[in-house]
Ligand binder design. Structure first.
Ligand code: HEM
Length: 338
């Protein structure tokens, strides 16, 4: 997402990357702790740990905005008129230059929203996918069989392969349904008295959607507590689109997640490339019964797993070399324009 938002790819030990990840963890803790005030707004009048958490959340947001604003200033300096946008930041700066009624300050604010909204959600999704790979080795083997048959062993899977990989697609939907790792949505409030199925919801009531219960409703899902990707496949092995659209994890209505399609592509690429290249097994020294933390997202507590390569590193090395060449070209352009 950092490559997409502001054209920066990081290695794992990079200081800036570690600070970003650190903020992400603090963000999850602060949002989880603050949610009591959403349900009981009068609590904010009392000096309490909730208020301290709220202040920590505000400071974290300021700090994060400052980080993104730094990237914005760099981009503003280096973006040449007429040049193709290098990333989302460039695209928004260009849009603002073409439509001056959009305010310049909205550019870093928008990228802060998009980057911030994607971090905790996508990283949590990735952890869950890994958990399901090690918990269900038969499912992992079926995905490997499918990707080997359709893509072959001479190239990495790409986004265009997805329509031909229904079992992997079904795995992704079952992972989102089963984990429901954003169990309730961001709070909203009614602006007028509202009736739903005969129930009065008074004006100014704080509303959450309970996505977990939608995804585990036995009236909709047979054996909802079983992890079974095949529930999303019809008798010919094709994806049942009525059922996939019933999985709720990106919320509903006008404020539903704008990153849904992007997330689905990213999670597909992550899963298909990993199972194409590697085998995953649980660490036998760790308790298979995992523990979770409950904040804005449901996250597994730290766990380790054993990963082995299925073949050589050749395809992955080639992909990394391509990325490094792209990164070098974009850095050259940045310094030439600075
Ligand atoms: C699997 C990953 C993701 C999940 C499960 C997820 C889920 C959600 C949920 C539940 C909401 C709250 C909607 C509401 O207010 O009712 C939301 C909002 C939002 N998401 Fe995502 N999200 C994910 C990834 C992303 C990504 C990658 C982006 C960036 C492109 C993104 C951008 C946003 C934004 C900007 C909002 C606020 C929308 C608004 O208030 O109008 N999300 N997301």
């Amino acid at each position: 997402m950092s490559a997409l938002c502001f054209g920066r790819r990081y290695s794992h030990g990079d200081g800036e990357f570690l600070r970003l990840v650190g903020r992400n963890e603090q963000f999850g803790r602060a949002v989880g702790a603050g949610s009591l005030v959403d349900a009981l707004p009068w609590l904010q009048r009392f000096p309490s740990p909730v208020r301290a958490a709220y202040r920590a959340f505000r400071d974290l947001n300021r700090d994060f905005y400052g980080f993104v604003r730094g990237k914005f200033l760099q981009h503003q300096r280096s973006l040449r008129p007429g040049a193709a946008p290098r990333d989302m930041m460039d695209a928004f700066i260009r849009l603002q230059r073409e439509q001056p009624r959009l305010q310049l300050e909205h550019v870093p604010a928008t990228v802060t929203d998009i980057f911030g909204a994607s971090q905790d959600t996508l990283s949590t999704a990735l952890q869950w996918l890994l958990i399901f790979l090690i918990r269900y080795p038969n499912v992992q083997a079926k995905m490997q069989e499918e990707v080997d048959r359709i893509v072959g062993r001479d190239r990495l899977p790409c986004a265009e392969d997805q329509p031909h990989l229904p079992y992997i697609t079904a795995f992704l939907y079952e992972s989102m349904r089963f984990s429901s790792f954003v169990p309730v949505t961001i709070p909203h409030a009614t602006t007028t008295n509202t009736f739903i199925m005969g129930y009065l919801i008074p004006k100014d009531t704080v509303i959450f959607i309970n996505q977990w219960s939608v995804n585990h409703d036995p009236a909709k899902w047979s054996n909802p507590e079983d992890f079974d990707p095949t529930r999303f496949l019809d008798e010919n092995g094709f994806i049942n689109k009525d059922l996939t659209s019933s999985v709720m994890i990106f919320s509903l209505g006008k404020r539903r997640c704008i990153g849904e399609e992007l997330s689905k592509v990213q999670l597909f690429l992550f899963t298909s490339i990993l199972v194409h290249q590697c085998n995953f097994i649980a660490n036998p020294n760790e308790d298979p019964k995992m523990d979770f933390t409950y904040g804005l997202t449901i996250k597994p507590k730290p766990f380790t797993l054993n990963v082995t390569l299925r073949d050589t590193m050749d395809l992955l090395d080639q992909a990394v070399q391509r990325l490094q060449a792209e990164k070098a070209a974009s850095e050259n352009q940045l310094s030439a324009n600075a």
